[in-house]
Design a protein around this ligand. Structure first.
Ligand SMILES: Cc1cc2nc3c(=O)[nH]c(=O)nc-3n(C[C@H](O)[C@H](O)[C@H](O)COP(=O)(O)O)c2cc1C
Length: 148
């Protein structure tokens, strides 16, 4: 999956109404199917109706996915890009789209407490892109057995 410049985009958003487990499963299934065919990997994190998603892949495909399918999905709003730019290598290369539903985890990963204390809001995370990236890195390290 290498040989072309890689790009990443991390955003946060808020669900319009709560997603059931089945709805999240379905979303993931559709997302993975599309991403797999477009060399896009990443991670989606869900907590209490908020999402953080990291996308990575060729810039044109990542930007197209974000501004198209993802932005047009009326099940969420308040989309805020917290970080974007070129990257040397994939962080989530082994997954088509890993997923963590924090609502289902008893133990939350290190780095997440800041979100819990200050509120997991798009406003917070857009001002703290480094925290969003750190949270995603922690997920990757600690929960690398979850996802596909
Ligand atoms: C939080 C969130 C993350 C999403 N992530 C992706 C994604 O990574 N890839 C993708 O193709 N679609 C993504 N979508 C869009 C949904 O998968 C949606 O089902 C899609 O636009 C409709 O596709 P379908 O016609 O295949 O059902 C996302 C939507 C939401 C709400």
């Amino acid at each position: 999956m290498n040989g072309y410049p890689l790009y990443t985009l991390i955003y946060t958003s808020k669900a319009i109404k709560p997603f059931s487990i089945d709805e999240l499963d379905h979303l993931l299934e559709r997302a993975r199917l599309f991403n797999q065919g477009h060399e896009i990997t990443g991670m989606l994190v869900h907590l209490s109706g908020f999402f953080i998603q990291a996308l990575e892949g060729p810039e044109r495909l990542v930007s197209g996915l974000f501004s198209g399918r993802i932005s047009n999905d009326s099940r969420h709003n308040q989309l805020e890009v917290v970080a974007k730019g070129p990257i040397q290598e994939r962080k989530f290369g082994e997954w088509r789209m890993a997923f963590n539903n924090l609502d289902c985890l008893e133990e939350r990963p290190e780095g997440f407490s800041e979100y819990l204390e200050k509120g997991f809001t798009t406003e917070f995370s857009s001002k703290n892109s480094a925290v969003a990236a750190a949270v995603l890195n922690n997920f990757k390290r600690k929960f690398s057995n979850i996802g596909s």
